[in-house]
Design a protein around this ligand. Structure first.
Ligand code: SF4
Ligand code: SF4
Length: 437
């Protein structure tokens, strides 16, 4: 694609990077076929190619975002299916991230939208605030239909998504969980924010698998939200600040006893942490450290799949529908490892038809774009039903919550199954099913 940025514009490193991305696009439109919003809405402006044109127009002409353009940017899930499809290697992720920051800087949203986004940005990344908000959401749940009726669908969606019961806290940092027997490795595990509050059993399962196989696990002092929630809201500085906190926390461990890897059980966070080197590339104090941290970041499935000999014990050979979270399959290009390690653990793994399409969770998308998110969820649940699974496995807390809201089939993280298959407890969501097998 031809561009006509001025030299003055290109002096801004963000613009220079986006210009490179724009030039790689050859307008072929292959990406439209796999874009969930284009599949649902059929509007070119809700396709990757359409959005690329809108972004180019804003950046090239120094145009502030407008009420006409913003809805198309907002409707993008950041699922990155377009990046998997694109034959020209267009790095859409960095482009849409830049566009979201541009929208945040140049567009004044309507009051309710602003308020909602501010609440999400201040509450979700903070474990204590989020836990408190869940109690409030539980009390407010009966009001969801009324709120929807008066046009507050996102608030209704937030209430519906809140779990009916808040589980007790899992382990919090700082903490070191020693390896059982001879120590063969040492890793940090991201505690993060939302996942540690609503699904603490996932990290607990990962810790048991790792320590059982001789890996020491560190929950580093000071680590917290990876920044992806605010990053996807266009709140660039807040995202960079979260990234810097985590870089400091993990660099301390790297320089201390050392780390073989930094493991992440929520793939949405993993995609962001693997991008820390890029995000902080223009920060002279952090660029090198961020690159080092990003290079050590692994999805938990990547690491566990490399464990030489999994200590598998007999468990029922359940049929597992594997849902590839977009952040894992498109963002990190990890498709094989979770399925391979589930198979090695004795499960019968089935792919979900149309598995490239997002389930509609996409970070905070299911709160901010509830109608589209529900349509995608229902489509996903129908596709999953076609393989008639006993259980659904997904490597991202957002997908787990989203899909579980639309089906009676239990939804768990792969590590919960692998932990069970290597001597851990039956995953909570499977207890009733296992009793009947
Ligand atoms: S990230 Fe997903 S929703 Fe956004 S343009 Fe690409 S395919 Fe479409
Ligand atoms: S597939 Fe790639 S090159 Fe083709 S229109 Fe989409 S982003 Fe551009």
């Amino acid at each position: 694609m031809q561009t006509s940025f001025t030299l003055a514009q290109l002096a801004d490193p963000e613009v220079a990077e986006s210009e490179k991305i724009l030039r790689a696009c050859v307008h072929c439109g292959f990406c439209t076929a796999t874009c969930p919003t284009y599949v649902l809405l059929g509007d070119e402006l809700d396709s990757p190619r359409g959005r690329i044109y809108l972004i180019k127009d804003m950046l090239e002409n120094d145009r502030p975002a407008t009420a006409e353009v913003v809805p198309h940017i907002d409707r993008c899930l950041s699922c990155l299916a377009c990046m998997t499809t694109c034959p020209s290697g267009v790095h859409y992720m960095h482009l849409i991230d830049h566009a979201r920051a541009h929208v945040e800087e140049t567009y004044r949203r309507p009051f309710v939208d602003r308020l909602l986004r501010a609440v999400i940005a201040k509450v979700l990344p903070d474990r204590k605030r989020f836990r408190l908000s869940l109690f409030a959401a539980f009390l407010g749940k009966p009001l969801a239909p009324l709120l929807e009726l008066i046009g507050l669908a996102p608030v209704a969606a937030m209430l519906r998504l809140a779990p009916a019961k808040v589980p007790p806290s899992g382990r919090v940092n700082p903490c070191v969980i020693p390896a059982e027997g001879e120590r063969r490795g040492r890793v940090a595990l991201l505690t993060g924010c939302v996942a540690s509050v609503i699904t603490p059993q996932i990290n607990e399962a990962a810790i048991r698998i790792l320590t059982r196989h001789g890996i020491e696990v560190v929950l580093a002092e000071g680590e917290g939200c990876c920044g992806s929630l605010v990053h996807h809201l266009g709140r660039k500085e807040e995202a960079l600040q979260a990234a810097r906190h985590n870089v400091d926390a993990w660099k301390g461990e790297i320089d201390g006893e050392g780390l073989d890897a930094i493991l992440i059980t929520a793939s949405g966070c993993g995609t962001t942490i693997k991008d820390y080197g890029y995000m902080l590339r223009n920060d002279p104090h952090y660029a090198e450290r961020a690159r080092m941290v990003a290079a050590l970041a692994r999805d938990v499935s990547e690491y566990i799949n490399k464990i030489n000999k999994l200590m598998v014990v007999p468990t029922p050979a359940l049929v597992v529908a594997y849902h590839g979270a977009c952040s894992l399959q498109h963002g990190q290009k990890i498709t094989r490892e979770p399925k391979e390690v589930l198979s090695k653990s004795g499960f019968v793994v089935k792919d979900v038809p149309d598995g490239h399409l997002c389930c509609g969770s996409a970070g905070t998308y299911n709160m901010l774009q509830p109608q589209l998110a529900m349509a995608l969820r229902d489509r996903k649940v129908a596709c999953i039903a076609k393989v008639a699974p006993d259980v659904i496995a997904a490597g991202n807390v957002g997908c787990i919550t989203q899909i579980a809201g639309g089906t009676e089939i239990p939804v768990v993280h792969p590590v919960e199954l692998i932990d069970w298959a290597t001597g851990g407890p039956v995953p909570g969501a499977l207890r009733r099913l296992v009793d009947t097998v």
